[in-house]
Design a binder for this molecule. Sequence first.
Ligand code: GAL
Length: 339
Amino acid sequence: MRSMKKYCILLSELWLCAFFLLTGCAGTKGAEEKKSIRIGVSLYRGDDTFLNNIRGELERCAKDFEQEKGVKVTLDIQDAKGNQNTQNDQVERFLALGCDVLCINPVDRTAASVLIDKAMAAQTPVIFFNRQPVAEDMDRWDRIFYVGAEAKASAVLQGSIVVDGYRENPEKLDLNGDGVVSYVLLEGESSHQDSLIRTEWSVQTLKDGGVPIEKLTGGIANWERSQASALMEQWLEKYPGRIELVICNNDDMALGAIDAMERAGMEGIAVVGIDGTTPGLAAVESGKLMGTVAIDRTQYAGAILAIATGEALGWEPDAKLEFEDGKYYQCPWQIVVKK
Ligand code: GAL
């Protein structure tokens, strides 16, 4: 896994360098060149592990950009603490401070129109990320973008980790040898575009791959480790010796399930996640997590920053970023398992 990670980081860095070089060559639309830009960033929750990883990478990419381009980038990063009103206030403040561009991870993805109204009134472009606004909102202005990673693709890869594992060694998943893999499912927020799609396609991939499965139960743990841990604790008591697989919509919930298994002194139950967070990758490495599906953080954060700087500086869009419908950028996923 280590060598794959290194390769991946190298690829990301090459990708970023190529991107910045190309954007640099593309020239500017405006006559006057800015020497500094201010980017307002609001996270739906600052304690979300996946978003914290993206935040770290965004800060790193901004430093690289400053060094390579000689343009000072001020990232003003705020935590909306799961409150849409707080986020609305943060956006107003960003605009009052004269931010050149906004990068918003919306609390309520169906309420983006309020933020868009404010941004459009100030003629300030917006890059939404991770929580996708509805199409009607995205279509309101050609300076609104979205950076994310396709939910279906992540789920199909997650399912294929289990399919491959089952084909290699069915006994590792069918622990009691009854010919069926009994699973429980931990889901993210019900309002999040990723939750339903990931759940549907992980299970569908197992079926398509010929893994005989039976669902024992499932529940919503809102992406959170502690909520997942509490649910798993109940399920371990309710289904003693029966749970063979835990399918999780993200790594943090997978780690929560593992916490509960450790507390109960249980071993051998397979757990799969999605995200490739720092603790998620460490759990794969240590053998606690059967596998995860990871995005390339540098590419994800690099895309947000590239669009933001391009918009703020008036640079022509770079050919290297492939947008869907001119505004959606989806970062690719890859499987991470211990070899
Ligand atoms: C998902 C991610 C979760 C959580 C959520 C927040 O895409 O898998 O871990 O970060 O976004 O919106």
